[in-house]
Design a protein around this ligand. Structure first.
Ligand code: ZN
Ligand code: FE
Length: 242
């Protein structure tokens, strides 16, 4: 089976929309379109027709392009059943344990509540890729708007159990801010200190820093490395106040 083509589309101030194409079937999916026009433009440039949108959670910077992309393409919109009331454009409601397909590529749906109460992630196990929305970021995790530190800790444990090589497609370029915070809570972590320097150089050069991988996050992400929900909650509160 050919690998998925995964294209990063930077939109708004710091969002990443992911365009995912299966060359065997021609199926093309968008994860969390904040807006429509740049996504439609990139798809057109590649000669791809968008067949699906997959949403991770209801926030407008993840769903704002749903209606216009559907209007332009007739695509099918899949998203969290628990947030149906807040994503009126959904066609297909899914929850943890369900599977969704892009051609012959199969993704399992994970429930990862905390950033929002119904937040989900999409894991392509055979492709070693997971689309996490606003649950995990490079050296960070999502804010706890509708859930608890206990829930986010459980999410981090589950993500941290994936293979090191698994690519993590998060929805924002928050890496530099996260790295600068992370070194304040884990100052003796040599891998983290080195990553901060690399990220500073990459951002100064205008380069994106995601996707990341589970292995890199396991070495450097203080939220993934937190030994308890209490510790995760403590550093999340510090970051919120930073
Ligand atoms: Zn969000
Ligand atoms: Fe977001």
């Amino acid at each position: 089976m050919p690998a998925l083509d995964i294209v990063r589309i930077p939109v708004l101030s710091d969002n990443y929309v992911w365009l995912v194409h299966d060359s065997a079937s021609g199926a093309t999916m968008v994860v969390d379109p904040a807006v429509a026009d740049p996504v439609l433009a990139v798809a057109a440039t590649r000669g791809w027709t968008i067949t699906d949108i997959w949403n991770t959670h209801w926030h407008p910077d993840h769903t704002g392009g749903n209606a216009a992309i559907k209007e332009a393409t007739g695509c099918t919109i899949t998203g969290p059943a628990a947030e149906f009331a807040r994503i009126p454009t959904l066609d297909v409601q899914v929850q943890g344990g369900d599977t969704v397909r892009l051609g012959n590529h199969v993704a399992s749906v994970w429930d990862v509540p905390a950033h929002t109460a119904g937040h989900i992630a999409y894991h392509f196990a055979d492709d070693a890729a997971i689309f996490v929305g606003d649950t995990m970021f490079a050296m960070g995790c999502g804010r706890l708007f509708e859930g608890t530190a206990e829930q986010m800790f459980a999410n981090m444990q589950k993500l941290g159990a994936l293979d090191d090589a698994t690519r993590v497609y998060c929805a924002h370029e928050y890496t530099l801010s996260n790295a600068r915070f992370a070194v304040t809570v884990d100052p003796d972590n040599d891998a983290l200190v080195a990553r901060l320097a690399a990220v500073e150089a990459a951002r100064a050069a205008g380069e994106a820093t995601v996707p990341t991988t589970i292995g890199v996050e396991r070495a450097t992400n203080p939220f993934l490395r937190a030994p308890s929900a209490a510790e995760l909650g403590r550093i999340r509160a510090l970051k919120d106040a930073a």
